[in-house]
Design a protein around this ligand. Structure first.
Ligand code: NDP
Length: 234
């Protein structure tokens, strides 16, 4: 069945692969982007998840074009890494606002339409470091851990209405975000990964595709690692 899908931050990286994967499965897909044009072959809407008015305007545009959002992929995210003693409060709140409060904003906006439809899928792109922590990532890890609380609370609130809320915790994936790391940092990370390599954007997108499908109806409040074994045991 074709669903109305919105992917935040779907103009590049993991979000773009997710959008293409869901479109290939036959869904109607719109991605958010903050500037420029939508990626080729995809519908786009301008949206900054740190701004509630911008989120509302984006949802209105999607609703007019393809109907209420049935599958929401909350993927938009940023890093601003530095060690705790150097981390400013501004850096902490900026990352929380984009990664965690942003997810709350889009979830709340999507949930009313899902409740009316009595069907919905909320999928959050967290991170392995949300569960393991990461040196230099107090802000980012906190935001990604927070997504687990968001998803599990929504699962409890809306589970009887055929609405599921699940979290994917990717390990290190080759995108602009990780290209900012030095070769030395990259080698050190790969040495810790049982798979011995970074993940690909498609390996994350495939799991989102499954969670959005009818086969995943009984998976709710789950945290699914897609990390080559990096976070095993958490
Ligand atoms: P990229 O840096 O390649 O892309 C980030 C995306 O988020 C962009 O589309 C960006 O939009 C968007 N975005 C950032 N801030 C906002 C905002 N305020 N409002 C709307 N959109 C915003 O990152 P990845 O593709 O690597 O990451 C995607 C998600 O996966 C993130 O949540 C990240 O934390 C998570 N993740 C990534 C991992 C990795 O190794 N790459 C590992 C684990 C998790 P714009 O183009 O306008 O900047």
């Amino acid at each position: 069945m074709s669903r109305s899908v919105l992917v935040t931050g779907g103009n590049r990286g993991i979000g773009l692969a997710i959008a293409r994967r869901l479109q290939a499965a036959g869904h109607q897909v719109t991605v958010t982007h903050r500037s420029g044009d939508a990626p080729e072959g995809l519908k786009g809407v301008i949206c900054d998840v740190t701004d509630a008015d911008s989120v509302d305007a984006a949802f209105k545009a999607v609703e007019a074009d393809q109907g209420p959002v049935e599958v929401l992929v909350s993927n938009a995210g940023i890093t601003d890494d530095t060690l705790l003693l150097r981390m400013s409060e501004e850096s902490f709140t900026k990352v929380l606002d984009a990664n965690l409060t942003g997810a709350y904003r889009v979830s709340k906006r999507a949930a009313s339409g899902m409740l009316r439809k009595r069907w919905g899928r909320l999928i959050y792109i967290s991170s392995v470091v949300g569960l393991t922590g990461g040196a230099g990532q107090v802000n980012y890890s906190a935001s990604k851990a927070g997504l687990v609380g968001v998803a599990r609370s929504i699962a409890r609130e809306l589970g009887t209405r055929n609405i599921t809320a699940n979290v994917i915790a990717p390990g290190f994936v080759d995108t602009d975000m990780t290209r900012a790391l030095t070769d030395k940092q990259r080698e050190a990370i790969i040495a810790q990964v049982p798979a011995g390599r970074y993940g690909t954007v498609d390996e994350i997108a495939d799991v989102v595709g499954f969670l959005a499908s009818d086969s995943a109806a009984y998976i709710n409040g789950a945290v699914i690692p897609v990390d080559g074994g990096l976070g095993m045991g958490h």
